[in-house]
Write a protein of this length. Structure first.
Ligand SMILES: [Zn+2]
Length: 73
């Protein structure tokens, strides 16, 4: 599991999921590069799979340079 820099701060997978979801996930997998660019600023997008609850698995996306994020919900 590798940490990444998001908006100038080093984040773990758990912290990245928290930034996307707005609250801490029960569990988060490793951070990976998403094969897409940010629609807001064109920056690099990273992705993380996480579980906001025991019954839900969500793939979240977050730009490394701005506030943009989304999920596959
Ligand atoms: Zn962006």
């Amino acid at each position: 599991m590798s940490n990444r820099v998001v908006q100038g701060r080093m984040v773990t997978a758990e912290r990245l999921a928290e930034l996307i979801e707005g609250e801490s996930p029960m569990e988060a997998d490793g951070i990976e590069d998403a094969d897409r660019d940010c629609p807001e600023c064109g920056g690099d997008v990273i992705t993380v799979d996480y579980m906001p609850s025991v019954t839900e698995l969500v793939t979240g996306y977050k730009c490394q340079d701005c506030d943009w994020s989304t999920t596959d919900r």
